[in-house]
Design a protein around this ligand. Structure first.
Ligand code: PMP
Ligand code: GLU
Length: 391
């Protein structure tokens, strides 16, 4: 048989999904596993959103959507949201495309930006799929390692040191999976200055935008001076509205690029599912109290979990500012993060994602998702207190 694509063959499994699948299989087999691996809210999608989908199905929204890139009320609702909440002005007719999940929006963006060999800068720790999505689109991932002792702060020096004549874009995620950082205005200014000076595109993944604690503020790179024409915004419904299974996100940015995005969607996935778009209109246009309620729960879980983990001998856990992941480390252990995750599953029945999946800067850490019921988090802490000395 002929050789398969080398790039495709070398794409690693998504560790977040693999560990979640493993935990699910163990649970299905009757094992008492506490699943902290995947970032999937334990909340069900709010009922006013599911009701809108049922209604849409009953009213015949079971055909291809029109326009294919997204039904008009959804494109308009997204444009209004971007203007009111993020101070970004986009034309709903030309600058927005609805996608099946934020993940496809990232893929779509890079498929438009990259020629073979173009370099894309991304920050380590990174979300597991970034380097794979760059590679799958012919790009060269260029990793900028951030420093945990510096709270993973992005600096101009760090980025500049990785820029070459081939650099095309920077991928950035705020609030950040897996570190829980929320980028400050100073960091966004650094990013803006470097992007403008070097004529780079910025792919801004804002999927955790709504999950920010302690009254902090989300800052959109696209809203900064000189950035609108070079920033592609990725966002979606998975995290803010507990809609992971709906597979719904969007890409927004300059019309010339979005025109191509609509064409590529048309030649690949066609569209997102029509009735899910009607649910998304309800999500964006109905009262937003559900978001605040879920965010407050995540904050309460963080406030319980971080001190509880730090009170256990052999575990250290940094405070997070946003998203719903903790990244404890185990300073007394000689195990690497893969071995630690295995040991946690074997000894305590706790499924976490090994830090190595998120890059070298996260080695020695295991990521726990706190999009998990408080009762499960309490059980996890009890078990950790019993087995930490064995790690
Ligand atoms: N970006 C980040 C940083 C994520 O953690 C995820 C995981 N859900 C996504 C994008 C994509 O999410 P979805 O495809 O469910 O919209
Ligand atoms: N983004 C989530 C996570 O990091 C969900 C799984 C995935 O899509 O990778 O766990």
């Amino acid at each position: 048989m002929q050789e398969l694509s080398q790039v495709a063959r070398n794409i690693p499994v998504s560790m977040t999904l693999a560990v979640s699948d493993k935990a699910g299989a163990l649970k299905a087999a009757g094992q008492d596993v506490i699943a902290l691996a995947g970032g999937d809210p334990d909340f069900d999608t709010p009922t006013h959103i599911t009701a809108a989908a049922f209604k849409a199905i009953e009213q015949g929204a079971t055909h291809y959507p029109s326009p294919m890139k997204g039904i008009t009320p959804l494109l308009e609702a997204i444009a209004l949201k971007l203007e009111q909440e993020n101070q970004i002005k986009v034309d709903p007719r030309t600058d927005v495309v609805v996608t099946p999940g934020g993940k496809w929006a990232l893929n779509l963006a890079l498929s438009i930006l990259l020629n073979p060999g173009d370099e894309v800068i991304y920050f380590d720790p990174f979300w597991v799929s970034y380097p794979s999505i760059i590679l799958l689109n012919g790009g060269v991932p260029v990793r900028v390692q951030l420093n945990s002792t510096d709270n993973f702060t992005i600096t101009a020096e760090l980025i500049q040191a990785h820029i070459s004549s081939k650099t095309k874009a920077i991928m950035v995620n705020t609030p950040t999976n897996p570190t829980g950082r929320v980028l400050t205005q100073a960091e966004i200014d650094v990013l803006t200055a470097v992007a403008v000076q070097n004529d780079l595109y910025v792919l801004s993944d804002e999927i955790y935008e709504k999950l920010i604690f302690d009254g902090r503020r989300h800052i959109s790179p696209a809203a900064q001076p000189g950035m609108a024409e070079r920033t592609l915004i990725v966002n979606g419904f998975s995290k803010a509205y507990a809609m992971t299974g709906w597979r719904l996100g969007y890409l927004a940015g300059p019309g010339e690029i979005m025109k191509i995005a609509a064409r590529i969607n048309g030649q690949t996935i066609s569209s997102s599912a029509t009735f899910t778009m009607h649910a998304a209109v309800a999500a964006l246009t109905d009262p937003q109290d559900c978001i605040a309620a879920m965010r407050d729960s995540y904050q309460a879980r963080r406030d319980f979990m971080v001190p509880a983990l730090n009170s256990i001998e052999g575990i250290e856990c940094a405070m997070i500012e946003g998203a719903f992941y903790l990244m404890p480390c185990f300073p007394n252990s000689s195990k690497n993060s893969m071995q630690l995750a295995d040991a946690l599953l074997d000894l305590a029945g706790i499924a976490g994602t090994p830090g190595a999946a998120f890059g070298q800067a996260a080695e020695g850490h295991v990521r726990f998702s706190i999009a998990t019921a408080m009762s499960e988090l309490e059980r996890a802490v009890e078990r950790l207190a019993q087995i930490a000395h064995k790690l």
